[in-house]
Design a binder for this molecule. Structure first.
Ligand code: MN9
Length: 287
């Protein structure tokens, strides 16, 4: 697995229920834009604000809508090992290609507990596993030493989704763990991640600008750094504005303007401000 993977958003209707029609459109739109795979039910998909049953439903819908055309990674991370295992079993049953999980959070679990959590999931899922490293989101930072220790326990550990600006750590994962696949996690440093050895990138802004990042990925692979930088720099300008008003809310607004009704983010996310909506309108004209 490599290339540009969209971390799929979850469209909701005005009652905050999953909007299945829009999800189908979103999957189709992304396939048309050429992305190489989907990361389903991650942070971007608001999975932490959804029930286990809803998360499983999303897995099933995306599997159905994408019709086997690209690899699918199911994010099953949860605070509880048994919930994560339960969702991993479902992903396996549905024919997903891999699972991924953020470290368990809230109780500041010691490293040994985090390690056991990952081992439990990979054993019950019996499929390739990508550790989701998101230190600023959940307080647990994966180091190359910890990763090496975990990966040595089971050959089904496939890689890391590295949502961190620490690109030295990304390099160390690649350097110290043979055969590992690393996905860059912050879209605003996609090119930097690739240049440090990332095999691809998983991100939220690919929902609406997947084709731009596919071009960036291809330009980088072809050694056209100038073109890759141009595409990254323009993307950074767009992402800067989105960060100001709330990334997921802005992405949903942008897609709604593009014709895919995405609805609001679930509470406690704030609704997008009027100023944010205006900015998205202006951006939509130049994207
Ligand atoms: O999945 C996303 N990570 C989070 C990756 O949202 C935590 C990124 O795509 C960011 O949304 C994006 C904006 O900061 O890079």
């Amino acid at each position: 697995m490599k290339g540009i993977f969209t971390a799929l958003l979850t469209p909701f209707d005005s009652n905050y229920s999953i909007n299945e029609k829009s999800l189908e459109k979103l999957v189709r739109f992304n396939l048309d834009s050429g992305v190489h795979g989907f990361y389903v039910g991650g942070s971007t998909g608001e999975s932490m604000l959804m029930s286990k049953e809803e998360r499983k439903r999303i897995f099933a819908l995306v599997k159905e809508y994408s019709q086997g055309s690209v690899p699918l990674i199911a994010h099953v991370g949860a605070i509880s090992t048994s919930d994560a295992c339960d969702m991993a079993l479902e992903a396996k049953k549905l024919g997903y290609d891999a699972v991924s999980a953020v470290a368990p959070f809230y109780y500041s679990f010691p490293v040994e507990a985090v390690k056991n959590y990952y081992l439990d999931i990979v054993r019950c899922a019996d499929m390739p596993m990508f550790i989701y490293n998101f230190p600023s989101g959940n307080g647990f930072g994966l180091t190359a030493d910890i990763a090496k220790d975990i990966f040595a326990c089971d050959s089904r550990f496939a890689g890391v989704k590295h949502t961190s600006t620490d690109l030295f750590a990304l390099r160390q994962f690649k350097q110290e763990i043979e055969g590992i696949t690393v996905f860059n996690g912050y879209d605003e440093i996609c090119l930097a991640g690739l240049s440090m050895g990332a095999d691809g990138a998983i991100g939220s802004t690919y929902n609406f600008m997947g084709s731009r990042f596919v071009k960036l990925y291809e330009a980088f692979a072809a050694g056209d750094i100038e073109q890759a930088q141009k595409l990254q720099n323009e993307a950074c300008e767009i992402i800067s504005v989105m960060c100001r008003y709330g990334v997921f809310q802005c992405e949903k607004e942008m897609l709604s303007l593009m014709g895919i009704e995405m609805g609001p983010c679930r509470k406690p996310f704030l609704p997008l401000s009027e100023e944010g909506k205006k900015s998205m309108k202006n951006l939509a004209d130049i994207i």
